[in-house]
Design a protein around this ligand. Structure first.
Ligand SMILES: [Fe+2]
Ligand SMILES: [Fe+2]
Length: 168
């Protein structure tokens, strides 16, 4: 959960996306050890805050960033080769889905298409797109770290139980 869910100004900009039945499907897809819906809201909200602070186009940033991972391939259930393909190409899948259900400006489309730079070769054209690219990287590192910590603590608990049983 992040503060985006409590920020009324932010919610008024993105509520139609957050409530859209297709976008809600992202809640069922795992992404960096959490669901893709919450990852998208995190990237969108922090990108929005930075854009606002810098007097940039914060409304477009909130919407473009929210749609940056609007794709349905599930990284958890595909093999390594497919995962590499999705890693590079998912901005194009996300843009296709975003254009199917919403009306996007050129700038919002750029944010989606270039958010994987430099892993994917599309270079951001706008400052707002660079912000989304940067915030997505930071969010990914944080979320992967968090999920790793959860796994480590589960493993530690398991080892503790095993060792306590062995000592009995
Ligand atoms: Fe992505
Ligand atoms: Fe992302």
């Amino acid at each position: 959960m992040n503060n985006g869910y409590k920020d009324r100004k932010y919610l008024s900009i993105v509520s139609d996306i957050l409530e859209h039945p297709e976008f809600l499907k992202l809640k069922d897809i795992m992404h960096h050890g959490m669901d893709r819906y919450n990852h998208s809201v995190r990237v969108s909200y922090y990108s929005y805050r930075i854009a606002k602070l810098l007097h940039l186009d914060y409304e477009a940033t909130a919407r473009g960033a929210l749609l940056h991972d609007f794709f349905f391939e599930d990284n958890e259930s595909i093999d390594k080769k497919e995962r590499a393909e999705v890693l590079v190409n998912h901005p194009r899948y996300a843009l296709m889905n975003a254009n199917k259900y919403f009306t996007l400006s050129e700038k919002e489309q750029d944010m989606i298409l270039t958010h994987m730079f430099p892993v994917a070769p599309m270079v951001p054209k706008y400052l707002e797109s660079w912000i989304v690219d940067f915030v997505d990287d930071m969010a990914s590192i944080y979320e992967k770290g968090f999920s790793l910590r959860k796994e480590l603590s589960a493993a530690m608990s398991f080892l503790l139980v095993i060792s306590m049983n062995a000592l009995r």
